[in-house]
Design a protein. Sequence first.
Length: 227
Amino acid sequence: MFSSVLSSLLIQPRYSWAQVSRFSLPLPTAVFVLSLFFPIAVGALMPLAPRLLPEGLVSRRNSLVVLTYLSSLVPVVLLVVSLIFATPTSLQSCSLETAWAHLFQSKDERAITTIQDNLRCCGFNSVRDRAWPFPAKGIDAGECERTQGYHVRCLEGWRRQESHAAGSISLASLSNWLLIVRIYTPLDVQRLTFEGNSFSHGADVETTSSSSCTRNTRRKPAEKAAR
């Protein structure tokens, strides 16, 4: 069951990373790395948590609550960050503007042509704005529209791709949070309770056995004296 859950949680970050790489989207790499490896780390560490926590049922429960709270902060932070990039705002427009300017200044032909060909567009703010083919001697700013036949700018389509990629990370982050709060934590609490009850039952059995041995030891001298 857990393997299928983890597999489904890994699909969305991988899809988002593929979109970011394909369209050169200006999304933080750390967001995808954390989204990709966080469910793997949780799946590996949460089942081991009861064995690593301090002795004593109450202490272990308190430690588990703190551990769950701290680990649940990671998907919450990722959710907030991804929502910022998924929502069409001035911050998103500014990041896209900066990213396109960097691609144009570095003459990244592969990245810009991939964006233009997949989105069937030219330029950023207009079809003549920093489009490929790059302006040069004998090549004006309208070369893309004239040779490629695209008559729309790339801003809206590129923004839409970033919103989709960031939205997938948001969904993955929400799923990761639910994974911790709704699946692993109840199981670990039940495991701690079971272990605590087993320990208490073992202690009661040991105490009863000790009492029986004590009574038998006292009874033997009395029987010898009566004989």
